[in-house]
Design a protein around this ligand. Structure first.
Ligand code: SAM
Length: 278
C-alpha cells in the first residue's frame, strides 16, 4: 500500500513514521509513505504557496496551483476516472466527514491513499471540488495544520494491514470493532475465549502484574482462571465504560438481551449514585 502526503512541512513526518508498527511496515515494504513538499511545485523566487482570501477576512489560503502541479506529478487518474475503491484522495479539513475505525478499515483495503494537508485558513476550495474524493476531519476541534491529522490517519490504517500487528486478533477484538464476533469468541479450536468482539462498544480495561499495586488488587474475576467468568466481566466493563464515556455508541452497538439487562442495572446504579449526591 502507498500513501502520498502533500504538505508544506514534509520533515514533520520523519519522526512520527519512525517508530513501532509504522516503522516495521515500511521496513518490510508493506507500506510506502511518500512525502511531497508543495513548495517544490511553486515557480517564484519566494516559493509562495499561499495568498490572501478573496472577499477579505483574516489569514491566508493555500493556493490551488502548486497543489494541482503536485497532483499531476503523482500520475494519478483524473477524478472522474479514478477507481475510488482502489485509490482515494483525501483533503484533511475541520469541515470534513468524521474519521472513524470503519473508514480506517475501508482505507486499509486500498492500494493508494493521497492525503492533502492544509495550513493557515485552509485550501482553495477548487482543490476539493476538482481533485479530492473526500474531505475528512479527525475530530471536532481545529488544528493548526493537517500534518498531525495525516499522521493519525496513516497510523490507524497501517495497523489494520494484514500482518502489521503481531497478533491479528488485536485489531478485531478492540474498541470500535465493527464486527460482532460474540459467537466466534466462544471458541477457538474448541477453547473458550476470554475476549470478545466489541460489536461497536469500547474495550474493557486491562491489568497486568503485579496483582496488587499500592494496596489496590486487580478485579477478582480476572484471577478466577475461568474463561466464562472473565468474558462476562469484560463484557460488563465494556458496557459500563461505553455508558460512562460514549453513550452515543450504544445506539448502534450489537446488544444481546443480557447486555440490555446489564445496562438497565448500570443506569439504575448511576441514577442512584446521582440521587445520593443531591
Ligand atoms: N479555517 C478552517 C476552519 O475554520 O475550518 C481551519 C483551518 S486549520 C487552522 C488549517 C488546516 O489544518 C486545515 O486546512 C486542515 O488541513 C487542518 N485541520 C485542522 N483541523 C482539522 C481537523 N479537525 N481534522 C483534519 N484536519 C484539520
Amino acid at each position: 500500500m502507498r500513501f502520498d502526503i502533500l504538505t508544506i512541512f514534509p520533515g514533520f513526518f520523519d519522526s512520527v513514521l519512525d517508530y513501532g508498527i509504522l516503522k516495521r511496515a515500511q521496513v518490510t515494504g508493506q507500506v510506502q509513505v511518500a512525502r511531497h513538499d508543495l513548495r517544490d511545485f511553486t515557480h517564484d523566487r519566494h516559493r509562495t504557496v499561499d495568498d490572501r482570501p478573496f472577499g477579505g477576512g483574516e489569514g491566508m489560503v493555500l493556493k490551488a496551483e502548486p497543489i494541482f502541479d503536485a497532483f499531476e506529478s503523482l500520475g494519478l487518474s483524473a477524478k472522474e476516472q479514478r477507481d475510488t475503491s482502489r485509490e482515494t484522495v483525501i483533503m484533511l479539513s475541520a469541515q470534513g466527514r468524521p474519521f472513524s475505525q470503519s473508514m480506517a478499515h475501508e482505507l486499509a483495503g486500498m492500494d493508494r491513499v493521497v492525503i492533502l494537508c492544509g495550513r493557515y485558513e485552509g485550501i482553495d476550495e477548487r482543490v476539493n471540488e476538482m481533485l479530492c474524493d473526500r474531505e475528512v476531519s479527525i475530530g471536532d476541534y481545529v488544528l493548526s495544520g493537517g500534518e498531525l491529522a495525516a499522521a493519525i490517519l496513516v497510523d490507524a490504517v497501517v495497523r489494520l494491514l494484514p500482518g502489521a500487528l503481531g497478533n491479528p486478533d488485536s485489531a478485531r477484538f478492540e474498541s470500535f470493532g465493527a464486527e460482532d464476533v460474540a459467537e466466534e469468541s466462544m471458541t477457538t479450536d474448541g477453547v473458550p475465549r476470554a475476549t470478545h468482539g466489541s460489536g461497536g462498544l469500547l474495550e474493557y480495561p486491562h491489568y497486568t502484574r503485579p496483582a496488587e499495586f499500592r494496596g489496590v488488587p486487580i478485579p477478582e474475576a480476572l484471577m478466577s482462571g475461568n474463561h466464562e467468568v472473565i468474558k462476562r466481566w469484560r463484557r460488563r466493563m465494556s458496557l459500563e465504560k461505553t455508558l460512562r464515556n460514549r453513550p452515543d455508541l450504544l445506539e448502534k452497538a450489537t446488544l444481546t438481551d443480557d447486555d440490555e439487562r446489564t445496562l438497565r442495572k448500570l443506569r439504575a446504579g448511576i441514577r442512584g449514585a446521582m440521587e445520593q449526591e443531591m
